[in-house]
Design a protein around this ligand. Structure first.
Ligand code: ZN
Length: 255
């Protein structure tokens, strides 16, 4: 069964959301959400990611939750931009959250904050906030609301940086994928390529990085004892034989 991810770009149409530094929240949330779906579709299988809106239209808060409920979504993530003159990333779950929402928030926050840090952005206050917000209250599935950064502070420089938007959206996507245990596309890409013993696969950068990440995680869990594999993957220096060996070692282990 494909996991359903409902991505909600905050505001829209007659509701611009927060405004500042020549930026409109409603445009940024749509951009973040589209990038998020793109990253999920390009890097993971076994899911169906859809947006509550793909254009500049107004949708009531309850209707956003209803859209996710009617679709029987497995995860709901509403993307927003903060205002009020602060700085940093933060996220919200409901005040009486399900265990799933708590887990989702912690995983997405870890990814988002690691990415934000690369741009010199931190967390705004504590990173496990709860609030009685309609979209996280009225949704039946694990639900999270993200606030990427502040539109009316120095954070606005980052919001004008397309790479920042893309990377943060990718971080949200990786968090959701990890929460849902979505298989990475690396396996599918491998199958298409004829395997010749001793040869190295012609993978894209992200596939090598993904592989390295998997080996690193396996080492963290004691399944692999050496860091040579993650280093070799980063150096794009693994043969099909070695990858097959690693697949055998990792096969069935809960990573
Ligand atoms: Zn908002």
């Amino acid at each position: 069964m494909k996991k359903k991810v409902k991505i909600d770009p905050g505001h829209g149409g007659k509701d611009p959301g927060a405004v500042g530094n020549e930026l409109l929240e409603k445009n940024l949330t749509l951009e973040i959400s589209k990038e998020m779906k793109k990253y999920l579709d390009e890097n993971y299988t076994e899911h169906e990611a859809t947006l509550t809106r793909t254009t500049d239209i107004f949708i009531e808060l309850s209707e956003r939750a209803n859209i996710a409920n009617r679709a029987n979504a497995d995860v709901f993530i509403s993307n927003h931009v903060n205002a009020g003159g602060g700085t940093g990333y933060e996220s919200y779950i409901y005040t009486k959250p399900s265990a799933g929402s708590v887990k989702l928030q912690s995983i997405v926050n870890a990814e988002a904050l690691a990415t934000a840090k690369k741009y010199g952005l931190g967390a705004h206050g504590d990173d496990s906030k709860q609030d009685n917000l309609a979209v996280v209250r009225q949704t039946n599935m694990p639900a999270l609301l993200t606030e990427i950064a502040y539109i009316d502070s120095k954070d606005a420089d980052l919001l004008k940086n397309k790479n920042f938007i893309k990377d943060m959206a990718a971080a949200y996507a990786r968090g959701v994928a990890e929460y849902l245990n979505l298989p990475a596309k690396i396996a599918a890409a491998k199958k298409e390529e004829p395997k010749v013993s001793g040869n190295k696969p012609n993978w894209a950068d992200w596939q090598w990085q993904e592989a390295s990440g998997i080996y690193k995680k396996a080492r963290g869990k004691g399944i692999l004892s050496s860091d040579q594999w993650e280093k070799k993957a980063l150096a794009k220096d693994l043969t099909f034989d070695e990858i097959e060996y690693l697949n055998l070692v990792l096969n069935g282990r809960n990573l």
